[in-house]
Design a protein around this ligand. Structure first.
Ligand code: ADP
Ligand code: ZN
Length: 611
């Protein structure tokens, strides 16, 4: 790093990264750390955490050591820094002895600005000795929530990082995470930071993500339609609960011509690594995965995250959907949700081995998630409220864009509840949804006749509603604990204490109905927002596609993921501004000095060809 770069954070941001201004809290964080302070940085995924330690590492004399749990991704992070012309390297188990020795020598000689280390490497005797022999600018601990015993990603090696404080008390430390809750924050600070550390907590809003929940009918087919209509050729992640459904869905999408790959813990590590590589390196791969996939995936151009099964908590939902749109361009979080999700998640808690207190906590978390899925008002307001932030309706979620109708369904609910009650009263056993709905709708099949339920007073009182209508109502009742599904016993339906209030007329039931015609209108609105290329007119789109093709080639030649060369946002800006020379190229956000020198001439030529 030439001395001239050591001027100021702003100058570095412009010259190295090519960004005109800092985002959110980046600037105060950087100033604090450059001044030698410890910091806890809470920022949502895509908020720009990396700069908060990379710039201070450049500005402070010595080596910045970055602790990261994800070996598979260190290589990309370092490659991205090389593309920017920075002196960076990593040390983890993927290096052979000779390569590791070389990195160590560079570090000792002061030839590196940033060194990424796996925690076990840092904790080893040789790792500690190495750092003793280097001048240290700072420690950055990425995914810092992994030190928390109470968090959901606890890693034992992280637990031992307290050693940083004891062995190098004078080196500033920055702990970074996108996980929000208060106990975890406290534990991170306690274990890793000095007492006078400052916490920088950003808003968790991700305004570019559009949240959507659709009623699940045939989840796979709905997913296919969603991708086809709104995300053809885009990179995305699809989450499913089980390994088998991951494989089936990946196969199904692939069978329909998509570049879909499965990812779950049951696949061999080699297959997993290969699929991850393709997801990172190629354009437009859809990864179908269990939640085993995701932490630390900082691919910026994931345009959608789809859930085929509902996550079990809002934290999980927020973390998973947060992997969309890190580049700040429009992205979607789409979830198909149905009765089976409610039943399945409740069963998982029920069957789990946790103690009663833990089960109660899990149930409360699930109920909050259900309330979000069933909400008729702004989903973002609810999401943020869950993390303690208040906000106004966002205008960029399904409920804001197409407010659902809320109808008084108390009478219908009473019909449904009394049918459940009558069936049980007549036969002494409880029945599942299909049977109860048949009775309601007056369908007298074999089973209904066998039990004589066609003679019940409620037989046929719900003939004016379709089976699907009844299922939607039933789902909402189950979500609100007004009906219980006994998943240990053929999914039979049972009344609860609260159902009696409804039957007595002491409690109103409001039913959320998706406005008719929503599907078509949705397509129209999404067309203006979701695709990276949509803001462009036809000619610009053509250039954008040409730039993407050029980028793929360069990425292959350099052996780096495409987004490391340039993110979509930058290519899009180039396609619109059509810079005619290197000087004009400099004004594009995301083109720093090194990239301008390396790629500028080729870009200018390509743009001229498309004039
Ligand atoms: P996080 O680690 O918080 O998820 P990253 O550090 O990976 O986020 O940043 C997300 C994306 O935003 C990256 O592509 C990064 O280059 C970009 N970015 C970060 N800071 C800025 C900024 N000030 N201006 C423009 N883009 C930025
Ligand atoms: Zn909204």
């Amino acid at each position: 790093m030439p001395e001239s770069h050591r001027a100021s954070p702003e100058a570095l941001l412009q010259e190295v990264w090519g960004y005109p201004s800092f985002r959110g809290m980046q600037q105060p964080i950087i100033e604090h750390v450059v001044g030698g302070g410890d910091a806890l940085v809470l920022m949502p995924t895509g908020g720009g955490k990396s700069l908060c330690f990379q710039i201070p590492a450049l500005l402070r004399p010595g080596l910045g050591v970055v602790v990261s749990p994800l070996i598979a991704l260190m290589q990309d992070q370092v490659a991205a820094l090389h593309e920017l012309g920075l002196r960076a390297a990593f040390l983890n188990s993927s290096l052979d002895a000779a390569a590791a020795r070389q990195v160590q020598a560079q570090a000792r000689a002061g030839e590196l600005d940033l060194l990424y280390m796996a925690p076990e490497r840092l904790l080893s005797e040789s790792g500690q000795r190495l750092l003793d022999n280097c001048r240290l600018a700072l420690f950055a601990i990425d995914e810092a929530h992994c030190v928390s015993q109470w968090g959901h990603d606890f890693r034992p090696e992280y637990g031992q990082l307290e050693i940083l404080r004891e062995r190098w008390p004078d080196v500033p430390r920055v702990a970074l995470t996108a996980t929000a809750d208060i106990p975890t924050r406290r534990e991170i600070a306690q274990r890793l930071l000095r007492e006078d550390a400052r916490a920088f907590v950003s808003s968790f809003d991700r305004p570019n993500i559009r949240y959507r929940v659709v009623e699940k009918r045939d989840g796979r087919a709905q997913l296919l339609q969603f991708i086809r209509e709104e995300h053809e050729g885009d990179c995305g992640v699809v989450y499913a609960l089980s390994r088998s459904s991951v494989e089936q869905v990946a196969e199904y999408l692939a069978g329909h011509g998509m570049r879909a790959l499965p990812y779950h813990a049951g696949l061999g590590s080699e297959t997993r690594a290969r699929h991850l590589r393709r997801f990172l390196d190629e354009d437009g791969v859809v990864m179908v995965a269990t939640i085993a996939f995701g932490m630390g995936i900082d691919k910026p151009d994931v345009r959608f995250v789809a859930h085929l099964d509902m996550p079990r908590s809002i934290e999980g939902y927020f973390q998973e959907t947060g992997r969309a749109g890190r580049d700040g361009l429009a992205a979607q979080a789409w979830m198909a949700y149905g009765l089976a999700d409610v039943v399945q998640q409740r069963r998982l808690i029920e069957l789990g081995e946790a103690d009663e207190a833990h089960k109660r906590l899990s149930s409360a978390k699930l109920d909050a998630m259900l309330a979000l899925a069933e909400a008729a008002d702004c989903r973002r307001v609810r999401l943020l409220a869950y993390f303690g932030e208040s906000s106004q309706p966002c205008g960029n979620c399904d409920n804001c864009l197409h407010p659902p109708e809320l109808v008084d369904a108390t009478e219908a609910a009473q019909k449904l509840l009394s049918t459940i009650y009558r069936c049980r009263q007549a036969s002494g056993i409880s029945f599942a949804a299909t049977h109860v709905i048949d009775v309601l709708r007056g369908k007298s099949g074999d089973k209904v006749q066998r039990f004589g339920h066609d003679r019940l007073s409620t037989f046929g009182i719900g003939a004016d509603w379709s089976e699907q209508d009844w299922r939607v109502l039933l789902r909402q009742l189950v979500a609100q604990h007004l009906v219980e599904v006994d998943s240990m016993h053929y999914n039979v339906l049972r009344l609860t204490e609260a159902s009696r209030e409804v039957l007595r007329g002491a409690r109103q039931v409001m039913l959320r109905r998706q406005a008719p015609g929503v599907a078509r209108r949705r397509r129209a609105t999404s067309a203006s927002g979701t695709r990276a290329a949509v803001a462009l007119d036809a000619a610009d789109t053509q250039l954008f596609e040409a730039l993407r093709a050029w980028r793929s080639e360069v990425a292959r030649d350099h052996g780096v993921p495409a987004y490391v060369v340039f993110p979509d946002a930058t290519l899009q800006a180039i396609a619109m501004a059509r810079p005619a020379d290197l000087e004009q190229l400099r004004s594009i956000s995301g083109v720093g000095d090194k990239k301008r020198d390396t790629y500028g001439p080729a870009l200018v030529r390509l743009i001229a060809e498309h004039a």
